[in-house]
Design a protein around this ligand. Structure first.
Ligand SMILES: *Cc1c(COP(=O)(O)O)cnc(C)c1O
Length: 479
C-alpha cells in the first residue's frame, strides 16, 4: 500500500482510528480522552520501537489490535492507580520512617474524615461569631499534658527546630555540644538547619565529652541560645558524658541565655517497664525549667506528621509571631488528627487507642500466640519450606531510642528452593505489600508491627507461598 513507509510500522493504525475502537469505549467513558491519548501514544511508541528493534513480530491486524488494547489497559492500570498505598510492616521496626512512621488511631482517622468532609470552625470562634485562631485546638491539650505555658504546632519537628533557631538566635550564636551535631534520617543535619536559620554555630566540648564549664566559657554577648539535641539515632558508648539537664538549666538561668531542647521523639509514656530508660520526655524537661522544647508528632507520640513547640509563654509567643510560622503551619487534617491523638493521652486511653503505644506494649507471649494462630492456618508439611517461630527483637526506630529493642517472637521462613531474598521480594509484591526482614538466609516476620486485622493477609500470603513456591503471589487488588 505504502511501499515507501518503513515496513515494520506499516500496520499501526492512527491514534484517531484507535480511539474509535468500541473495546476502548468503557476506558474512555471512565477516564477521559486526554489521559487515554497520552497513554496510547506511549504504547504506540513502544510498539513501534519493538518492531524496529525486531523484538516484536509483525502480526495480523487483529493480533496487533489486541496487543495495543492489552498494553493500553495494562498501562492504564499501572498509571491511573494511586502509587502511595498501604503496606504491611512486618519488619518489627515500630516507627519506620520509610513506611510512614506512626499509623493513626481510629479516633484520629474518624476526626480527619469528619473535618475534611465538611466545613469546620478551623479559624472561626463560635462563641464570638468572629475570626478565631487554629492554634487553640491542640494548645489547650498540650498545656494540660505537658504542663507548659504555651504550645504551638508546625509541619514537622525539623521545621520546629528551624523556627526556634530563626526566632531566638538569628544573627547570634547558638551553643551546642560537639557530640550533638547529628544527622537524622534523610539528611536532616543540625549544623545545616542552624546555618539556614541565620544563627551561628558555636560548638562546645568534644565529641565524647562536654562539660557544663565548656558551655559557660563559650558564652559571650553574642550568645543567644543554648541548644540541646537528643542524639536520637546514635549513641557514644564508653567514655562519654554531657552535662545533665539540671546543670544546663542552672547555667541558662545564671547567664540569662535561654535553653532549647530538641527531644526528637517526645515520648509521653513511661518506657521504663519496657526496658527503655533514656528516652527523655517533654514533661520532665519543662518541669526542670527548659525554656522551649520541640518534638515530632509522628514518632513515639503516635500522631500525624507535625512538630510541637512548647515552653515559656514569652518565647513561644515570639516564635508564633515569626512570619515564617505561616509558611510552616499545619492544615486542618493534621490539626484534627493531632487533637484526637492528644485527647487519648488526656483521657488516659493511649494504651488502648494509639497503635504505636499498643505495639510497644505487646508482650512476646501475645505476639507468639498470633504467630501460632497464623501458622495454624497454613499447612506446614512441605519439606522444601520451613516455618518456625523463633526469638528475636523488635526496634522502636524512627530515629529515636537507638539501641532499644523489645523482645519478640518472629515467624521464620526458610526454603531450600528459593533464596531468602527471593521470598522477601515476593512478599513485597503482594497486595498489600508485606515488608519483611532477611537475616541468615531466613525471612523474618515480626507481628508486633502488623496490625492485628492484617494477620489474615499474612496467613494468605504464606499459604500462597506454600502452594506455589516458585511463582508470584496472586495479587489481590483492592485489598
Ligand atoms: C526525628 C528528629 C528530628 C526531625 O523530626 P521530623 O519530625 O522528622 O522533622 C529532629 N531532631 C531529632 C532529635 C529527631 O530525632
Amino acid at each position: 500500500m505504502h511501499p515507501s513507509r518503513p515496513h515494520s510500522c506499516r500496520q499501526i493504525p492512527s491514534v484517531d482510528r484507535i480511539l474509535d475502537w468500541p473495546e476502548l469505549l468503557p476506558l474512555l467513558a471512565s477516564s477521559g480522552r486526554d489521559l487515554v491519548l497520552t497513554l496510547l501514544r506511549g504504547v504506540l511508541n513502544s510498539i513501534r520501537q519493538e518492531l524496529k528493534d525486531g523484538i516484536a513480530e509483525e502480526s495480523e491486524d487483529s493480533g496487533l489490535r489486541e496487543t495495543i488494547v492489552r498494553q493500553l489497559l495494562l498501562e492504564f492500570d499501572r498509571w491511573a492507580q494511586p502509587v502511595l498505598r498501604k503496606a504491611i510492616n512486618a519488619t518489627g521496626v515500630v516507627l519506620h520512617t520509610n513506611l510512614g512512621r506512626a499509623p493513626l488511631s481510629q479516633e484520629a482517622r474518624e476526626r480527619i474524615a469528619e473535618v475534611c468532609q465538611h466545613y469546620s470552625n478551623l479559624e472561626f470562634d463560635l462563641s464570638l461569631g468572629a475570626r478565631g485562631k487554629r492554634d487553640i485546638f491542640v494548645d489547650r491539650l498540650l498545656l494540660h499534658i505537658l504542663g507548659c505555658q504555651k504550645a504551638l504546632v508546625v509541619n514537622n519537628n525539623a521545621a520546629a527546630v528551624f523556627l526556634i533557631l530563626n526566632t531566638l538566635a538569628e544573627n547570634g550564636e547558638v551553643l551546642i555540644s560537639r557530640g550533638e551535631l547529628i544527622e537524622i534520617g534523610d539528611s536532616f543535619r543540625i549544623p545545616d538547619i542552624l546555618r539556614k536559620s541565620g544563627a551561628i554555630l558555636r560548638e562546645v566540648g568534644t565529641t565524647n565529652k562536654t562539660r557544663v564549664s565548656d558551655y559557660q566559657e563559650a558564652i559571650t554577648e553574642r550568645t543567644r541560645l543554648i541548644l540541646r539535641v537528643h542524639p536520637s539515632n546514635f549513641r557514644i558508648e564508653g567514655f562519654s558524658s554531657r552535662p545533665n539537664l539540671a546543670e544546663l538549666v542552672n547555667l541558662s538561668k545564671a547567664s540569662s541565655v535561654p535553653l532549647a531542647e530538641d527531644l526528637g521523639s517526645g515520648c509521653l509514656i513511661d518506657l521504663r517497664p519496657f526496658g527503655i530508660d533514656d528516652e527523655p520526655g517533654p514533661r520532665v524537661s519543662i518541669e526542670m525549667g527548659v525554656d522551649v522544647v520541640c518534638f515530632s508528632g509522628d514518632k513515639l507520640l503516635g500522631g500525624p506528621q507535625s512538630g510541637i513547640v512548647a515552653g515559656k509563654a514569652e518565647l513561644v509567643q515570639r516564635i508564633r509571631t515569626n512570619p515564617l510560622f505561616r509558611t510552616l503551619r499545619v492544615d486542618k487534617l493534621t490539626t484534627a488528627a493531632l487533637e484526637a491523638t492528644l485527647l487519648a493521652y488526656v483521657r488516659g486511653r493511649e494504651a488502648t487507642e494509639i497503635p504505636v503505644i499498643r505495639m510497644i506494649r505487646l508482650s512476646k507471649e501475645e505476639i507468639e500466640e498470633r504467630a501460632r494462630s497464623i501458622l495454624k492456618q497454613v499447612e506446614r508439611a512441605r519439606p522444601a519450606l520451613e516455618f518456625d517461630i523463633i526469638d528475636g527483637t523488635s526496634m522502636i526506630g524512627g530515629g529515636s531510642t537507638p539501641n532499644h529493642s523489645l523482645p519478640t517472637k518472629l515467624i521464620s521462613i526458610r526454603s531450600t528452593e528459593r533464596s531468602a531474598l527471593q521470598i522477601e521480594s515476593r512478599f513485597r509484591e503482594n497486595f498489600p505489600p508485606i515488608l519483611a526482614r532477611v537475616e541468615d538466609e531466613r525471612v523474618l516476620l515480626d507481628l508486633r508491627t502488623v496490625l492485628p486485622e492484617q494477620d489474615a493477609h499474612l496467613a494468605d500470603a504464606l499459604r500462597r507461598l506454600l502452594h506455589n513456591p516458585q511463582g508470584q503471589f496472586q495479587s489481590e487488588k483492592g485489598n
